[in-house]
Design a protein around this ligand. Structure first.
Ligand SMILES: Cc1cc2nc3c(=O)[nH]c(=O)nc-3n(C[C@H](O)[C@H](O)[C@H](O)COP(=O)(O)OP(=O)(O)OC[C@H]3O[C@@H](n4cnc5c(N)ncnc54)[C@H](O)[C@@H]3O)c2cc1C
Length: 286
């Protein structure tokens, strides 16, 4: 498959789908990345009563209508998450698992701002703490590591680390862990804090237990946008955009809850439209 897209959209909630619909109408080659359930918040919303023209609609029904509209125009949604993004010669390279997708422009529509799992994540990032075990794995060859998994997506990374590390602990924050490599020790409990002064030395659990490791990974949850794309400007925990939905990085746009309140469907759809149209213009100019 030719993997150079005009626009890759991160997130298939209202903002991402609105951006996709508007960009595809402008004849752009678009790919949307997202979870199996696009927009967990809208899916959960029992009743939306402030979306113009559709009073008393269930969140799930509104999401279904958005997805059907996007599908009818040929919007392709791939159930995968972007792990990191880098820019080389004006082209964005999106790493998703072991796949690299390339695009001329990016629209970030990843929803509510990231909430850290542990205190001091920012301080320890790159000092023994990481968000992608398969990316940083070789640094921890022969060492002891602990992986915190927010979803079953993290299990493959635990198996990978079992092949190269001395000891792998896996702390799942969800129910129904699958079958893991026999070298992986599953830990039950809730994480409390990182042990260490300058570098990670271990993890303290809420019940007081301490597990000493050199590497700690938080996996399978959402990634903070500025970790996704280094250099992305954040203001007050949200992606900073102007009225064209442009970020500080050329060809990178953002829309929806990730740009700030009000956290509402109509605002997400509106910003998605502006981002989709401006990303399409950016690609045409390029
Ligand atoms: C209980 C509840 C009730 C609500 N009621 C209302 C209401 O009555 N009226 C109203 O207007 N709004 C309501 N909302 C808010 C509304 O659902 C949100 O404002 C809206 O869904 C935001 O859309 P979004 O596209 O910005 O983000 P989201 O819908 O959150 O979609 C973001 C998507 O991006 C995906 N994503 C994240 N990171 C990545 C990545 N790295 N790579 C790829 N994909 C990624 C996520 O998995 C998610 O699918 C309610 C929300 C909740 C929780």
């Amino acid at each position: 498959m030719d993997k150079l897209f005009d626009i890759v959209i991160l997130g298939c909630g209202p903002a991402g789908l609105s951006a996709a619909v508007n960009a595809i109408i402008r004849n752009k080659k678009v790919l949307v990345l997202g979870r199996e359930i696009c927009s967990p918040p809208l899916h959960k919303a029992q009743l939306i009563n402030n979306y113009l023209g559709l009073p008393q609609i269930k969140g799930q029904d509104l999401l279904e209508a958005f997805l059907e509209h996007a599908a009818s125009l040929g919007v392709e949604i791939s159930p995968q998450k972007a792990d990191t993004i880098s820019e080389i010669d004006g082209i964005y390279h999106i790493l998703s698992g072991d796949e690299v997708i390339t695009s001329k422009a990016i629209i970030i529509a990843t929803g509510m701002p990231y909430k850290p799992t542990l205190p001091q994540e920012d301080f320890f990032l790159g000092k023994g703490l990481g968000y992608c075990a398969t990316c940083d794995g070789p640094i921890y060859r022969g060492k002891d590591v602990l992986l915190i998994g927010h979803s079953s997506e993290a299990e493959a990374e635990a198996d990978f680390m079992a092949e190269i590390c001395n000891k792998v602990y896996y702390l799942p924050l969800y129910k129904g862990v699958g079958t893991l490599d026999s070298k992986v020790e599953i830990i039950e409990g809730r994480p409390a804090s990182i042990i260490g002064t300058d570098f990670v030395e271990g993890l303290k659990l809420k019940d007081g237990r301490e597990i000493m490791v050199e590497g700690l990974f938080v996996l399978g949850g959402e990634t903070a946008p500025d970790r996704l794309i280094p250099g992305l400007e954040i203001e007050d925990k949200h992606i900073k955009v102007n009225r064209q939905q442009e970020t500080n990085l050329p060809g990178v746009f953002a829309a929806g809850d990730c740009t700030g309140p009000p956290y509402q469907v109509a605002k997400s759809v509106g910003e998605g439209q502006v981002a989709g149209l401006n990303a399409a213009k950016y690609v045409s100019r390029k």
